[in-house]
Each structure stands twice: as C-alpha cells, then as structure tokens.
Design a protein around this ligand. Structure first.
Ligand code: ATP
Ligand code: MG
Length: 462
C-alpha cells in the first residue's frame, strides 16, 4: 500500500499537537545531563536559539539508564552553529550535523531541526535520499525512527515535548516506528535494525504493525550501503544484548537477509536441541558473556574477525562438516579456499568486510578444525602448541565448547589476553594448517618507506 502526500499528512494530522510533560511528571532532572551538553544548550539559549536534548539521551534518562551520548537539536543553522562553537566541524551527507569538540576528546553532535521532506518523495530511487531541509519541532519528531527516540527535553522549563506518544510507549515498554511503518522502512531500511536493537536492549515488545512491516520488508536491507549494514551489525554484536538481538533478527528474517547462507540451514531441526539455529543462539549468548567479562575486567575484547568467525561456526559445520569430519592438510587447504570464496561472494561483499578480516576469519575456522582433530587425551601435541596461532585458536575453542555444550566454561577461559597475530602477509593460510612444525625464519619486516632510505620515499630520487 502506498500513500499519496495528502493521505500521509491527513493520517498524521492529530499528532501535530504535542503532549507537554512537566518536570514533576517525568524522571529527568537537569543534574543528570552531561555538563558539556548543558553548556551547549545554555549557549544556544543565550544566542536566542531554541535547543533541545533529543533522541537516545532523553530515552535513556527517562528509563533511568546512563546515555551513551547526548544529542542536541536546534533551530540554528549549521553555519550559525559553526560560528557559535569555534571548535566544531560539519559532517554527514544524508543529514548534516555539527560536531562540537570538547577536552578529553568528547564530541557532542548538534542537528538542525529537519523537515518531513522524506514524505514528499516517492519511488524506489528515493530510498535513502538526502533529507536536509530545515523544519519545525513537530516535523523533526515525525521524521525520527522510533516513538521512544522522538522526545525533546528543554532545559528552561524542564519539560518533555512528545508529538508521537513516545512517553506512553516508554511507560508500556513498546517499540513503534513513527508514522506508517512500511513507508518509513522503505525510506530507510536501517530503521528495522534500529527497531530490533532497541527492543533487545530494553527488553521491549515490538508493536504488531511495526513487527509485520519488518517481517515483510527484510529484503530491503540489501538497498543499504554494505558498510552501513556492517557497522550496524557490529554495534549489535558488541552491544551486550547480542543474544536477544539474534532471536528477533532470526524470527523476523533479518538475520537470514544479512547472512543469506543461513536461510536454508535454519530450517534444519534437531531433537537434541543442537540445531544450527540453537547453537548459533548459544554462540550469541557466549559473545555477550565474554563482552561483559571483558568490560568488568577492563581488558580488550576479542578482535572483529574472532567474533565474526564465531557467527560462522554453524554454517561451516552444516555446509562442509568442518569440525565433525577429519581431513588431511592438503584437503583442508582446498576447503579453506572454498570457504574463503563463498565468504567473498556473500557477506564479504554484502557487508563490505575488509580482506584481512575475511582471511583471518577463515584461518581461525580452519585452525579450530585442526585443533579439534589433533586433540589427544592430555591436551594437544607439542608441534601444535608451538604454532603461533595456538593460543588464539584455543580461546576460540573455549567459546565453541561453551556454545556447543551450553555449559559455561571458566570465566578465565573466555578472556585470555592473546598477543596480536603477525600481519596477514606474513602468515599464508598454508602455514596455518601445516601439521608438521617447520622452522622457518620470519621474513624481515621492512617499513614501507623510511626517511633514511636512499633515494627517498618509494625509491624516487630526493
Ligand atoms: P544510542 O544509544 O545507540 O546512541 P540513539 O537512539 O541515540 O541510540 P543515534 O544513532 O545516536 O542512536 O541516533 C540519535 C537519534 O537520531 C535517534 O534517537 C533517532 O531519533 C534519530 N535517528 C537515528 N537514526 C535514524 C534513522 N535511520 N531514521 C530516523 N531517525 C534516526
Ligand atoms: Mg545516541
């Protein structure tokens, strides 16, 4: 179903009147607001502009959580903001934002209130079209993604301004896309990812019209730039609620759109609770546990290729029986190439994964197979333990064991600090799977260029 412009505005007309929630009726106080955000709001007011705390900052404060960042909206234009805040920069192609820099490398983003220009567009070519026309407070609220993200807090009176029923949805624990969900998703499909993210984060229920629209529109994600999808996926992978996120992503069809090779595999059931989907769900649980352990122990989480490779485990097992079938090294090497080709053809392209990440993921999966098939009663043989990749693969094995058995392994086994691996070009994949330890001197590591090199940079004469 498609709306004409008049339909759209007629439908939303009653929302134009805002609910104003006075300070005694909501939990937000100015003391909870970041000092630098308050500085910006006050400076805007002194210069005669309106300024509001918006988006995730208001949502999280309302829920009693500590916001990740404080975003500000104003009726000042980007040029005026740049003059008002000398330490600032303008960014963004779709939405022009002004970033204000503070000491301690904090950045606060200010956006100028935007109009509903996206509603005036029509046709597939208008998906993700720029939306930079300035607008009113009510227009700005209605072009945001979710009702719970569309609230404004203004400091002078301490009121919340709600055009879309966001406070009611916060009170009732509901995720609802602002406006007509299918149409809003059509304009920017990433809103689907944002809806399931915030449902997972807050343990909220997705309202039925929004849920239906998400289930019917998953395929539209392929219209988004691959790097945007990758960044969004990493946010969910590391956000601490990857497990509930996965359940929603799998049920809605979003997961199979991002990882198309799982579509058929998810249809496989199992009587022992070990279907690929069930194992993957437990892998996401382990990822959450490891992330939270890393945060509490203040150590680095595992690198992207490690966490991403975990997500591929049920696929490589279902497709090639990588872990259940023993293979000799040269067969394993051939298989590594096949896996790599398939990764390149699918997620490598669709999520714009860099070459080293794809390579490292496949190596890790192959090494895990190696580790599993060479296990002896009291551990692993010496030749394997001496491999440069042994400690990282051992850690990967611990993650895998926890996910497979559903039994938590020792916390220490998930958060070993593994030294960085040598760069990719010094570690060809054959090396990673050769069973015999070959002592090979490491190639000398030369800098790409050096001021001391004769002939100057790249060998040209100075
Ligand atoms: P987080 O806690 O992850 O920062 P957030 O909701 O603040 O959550 P941001 O990416 O910081 O997320 O976005 C700030 C605000 O911008 C959102 O709250 C929402 O109002 C608006 N927004 C972000 N992305 C979209 C989108 N794709 N469509 C419409 N509005 C959006
Ligand atoms: Mg935010």
């Amino acid at each position: 179903m498609d709306f004409s412009e008049e339909d759209e505005f007629a439908k939303d007309e009653p929302l134009l009147s805002a609910r104003i929630i006075s300070p005694e009726d909501h939990p937000i106080t100015p003391e909870q607001i970041d000092r630098d955000a308050l500085f910006i709001l006050r400076k805007l007011a002194d210069a005669g502009f309106a300024g509001y705390l918006v988006g995730g900052g208001v949502r999280d404060l309302y829920l009693g959580k500590t916001p990740k960042d404080f975003d500000i909206s104003t009726d000042a234009r980007p040029g005026q903001l740049r003059k008002l805040f000398p330490h600032s920069n303008t960014i963004g192609r779709r939405f022009r934002l002004v970033q204000v820099f503070f000491k301690s490398s904090k950045i606060i983003e200010i956006s100028t209130l935007r109009s509903l220009s996206e509603y005036e567009l029509d046709g597939p070519e208008e998906v993700l079209a720029p939306n930079n026309t300035f607008g009113t407070l009510s227009e700005d609220a209605r072009r945001r993604d979710l009702t719970i993200n569309s609230l404004f807090y203004e400091i002078k009176k301490g009121t919340i301004i709600d055009y879309v029923g966001g406070t009611e949805d916060l009170n009732r624990g509901i995720i609802r896309i602002v406006g007509e969900p299918t149409r809003r998703i059509g304009r920017d499909p990433v809103r689907m990812l944002r809806a399931i993210r915030h449902a997972a984060r807050n343990n909220f229920t997705i309202e039925s019209e929004t849920w239906k629209a998400i289930c019917n529109s998953c395929e539209k994600l392929s219209l988004c730039p691959p790097s945007r999808l990758r960044d969004e996926f990493f946010k969910d992978l590391y956000g601490g609620v990857a497990h509930p996120w996965f359940l929603l992503a799998a049920d809605s069809g979003i997961f199979a759109t991002l990882f198309p090779f799982y579509r058929k595999i998810f249809l496989k059931s199992s009587h022992d609770g070990n279907s690929p989907k069930a194992i993957l769900a437990r892998i996401f649980q382990t990822i959450d546990r490891a992330n939270s352990l890393a945060i509490h122990q203040n150590i680095h989480r595992q690198p992207d290729f490690f966490v991403f490779a975990l997500v591929l485990i049920p696929w490589v097992e279902a497709r090639w029986q990588l872990f259940s079938e023993f293979r000799k090294s040269n067969t394993l090497f051939q298989l590594a190439k096949q896996i790599r080709d398939e990764v390149d053809r699918t997620i490598g392209t669709d999520l714009n994964l860099r070459r080293s990440l794809r390579q490292d993921m496949v190596s890790l999966l192959i090494n895990l197979s190696q580790l599993m098939h060479n296990k002896v009663s009291d551990g692993w043989p010496k030749w394997l333990k001496r491999k440069s990749y042994f400690s990282r693969t051992m850690l990967f094995y611990n993650f895998y064991t926890e996910a497979l058995t559903g039994e938590p392994v020792d916390a220490e086994s998930l958060v070993i600090d593994v030294p960085p691996q040598p760069p990719e070009n010094l570690r060809p994949i054959q090396d990673a799977i050769t069973p015999q330890e070959k002592k090979r001197p490491a190639p000398p590591c030369k800098p790409a260029f050096s001021s001391k090199t004769k002939g100057g940079i790249f060998g040209f004469k100075k």
